[in-house]
Design a protein around this ligand. Structure first.
Ligand SMILES: Nc1ncnc2c1ncn2[C@@H]1O[C@H](COP(=O)(O)OP(=O)(O)OP(=O)(O)O)[C@@H](O)[C@H]1O
Ligand SMILES: [Mg+2]
Length: 268
């Protein structure tokens, strides 16, 4: 059998919070994601969603546990090296692109991600033709603005470009951390539709954090809920299909309630 694309085993990460104490952001999380699965990740503020994605991307190295990609242990691989296999789009439209560089320079850079410097090439004629094709798919007219500075684009245009840059090399894994949260509702909807299209077309294995519960259930194949650094709910198949937003909210309340009870027990 093929190895799963992503295999996280008992991964934990704590941060110092001053006074010599630590906060456990991710607490012995295990998660296996097979090829082509699209997982939506929900959970309240501070639940550990971004930290989990940051651990997978190599921004942070886990305190304990292992992370494997396509069967290879990448737990200690640098963020830079992982970038060759992992595409990311962040919440902030300013983060995924270089504002002072042109659209074609940004795309060139994205295409060379993870390659040795000597293998990187400039913007050639063939590359430019390919970029035009890719940009045309966005339907934003960016294919005629290859030499415009990215800083001149709107938030939605920048996020669409970020998505293109994160996926154009068909990465093993795509990580999306609330990548539409900073956009107005209509633009957010367009970027979500684009996300769906790109993920399906390339068959990308994807983890997408969202606060939109309706979206979490509608998009993709599986939904996980995090709470206090742990995965407390893992939905797929029939169960997920029949799940409503109201059911999810009830689950949120239930896990929060239970943790309160736990705290009380601990204090007793
Ligand atoms: N670099 C850091 N230094 C210190 N504490 C951190 C750091 N990153 C995250 N934390 C803490 O870890 C916990 C989990 O944070 P994380 O950002 O993963 O949550 P989240 O689920 O993404 O929340 P949100 O929905 O608000 O984005 C929080 O208590 C947060 O304050
Ligand atoms: Mg977050």
């Amino acid at each position: 059998m093929n190895s799963p694309v992503l295999s996280i085993k008992k991964v934990s990460k704590s941060f110092p919070v001053g006074g010599g104490s630590t906060k456990i952001a991710v607490d012995r999380v295990s998660l296996t994601v097979p090829q082509g699965q699209f997982v939506t990740v929900i959970g309240s503020n501070g639940a550990g969603k971004s930290t989990l994605l940051n651990l997978v991307a190599g921004r942070y190295i886990p305190d304990t546990g292992t992370i494997s990609l396509n069967g290879t242990d990448i737990t200690n691989l640098s963020e830079h090296r992982r970038a060759a296999f992992i595409g990311r789009v962040f919440q902030d439209p300013l983060q995924g692109t270089a504002a002072s560089m042109t659209i074609e320079e940004n795309l060139s850079m994205a295409e060379s991600r993870g390659l040795r410097r000597t293998l990187r090439r400039g913007v050639t004629k063939e590359r430019r033709a390919r970029f035009r094709e890719l940009l045309a798919v966005l339907g934003l007219g960016l294919e005629d603005r290859l030499r415009s500075e990215v800083g001149l684009l709107s938030g939605g245009q920048r996020q669409s470009l970020s998505l293109l840059m994160a996926t154009m090399t068909k990465p093993s894994l795509l990580l999306l951390d609330e990548h539409t949260a900073a956009l107005d509702p209509k633009t957010a909807q367009q970027v979500v539709a684009l996300t769906e299209r790109i993920v399906r077309e390339y068959g990308l294995t994807t983890l997408m954090v969202t606060h939109n519960l309706e979206q979490a259930l509608r998009l993709g194949d599986r939904t996980i809920m995090m709470h206090e650094g742990k995965i407390v709910l893992d939905l797929s198949g029939q169960v997920r299909q029949t799940m409503t937003v109201a059911d999810l909210l009830a689950e949120f309340t239930r896990v929060r309630g239970e943790s309160l009870v736990d705290d009380r027990l601990l204090l007793a």
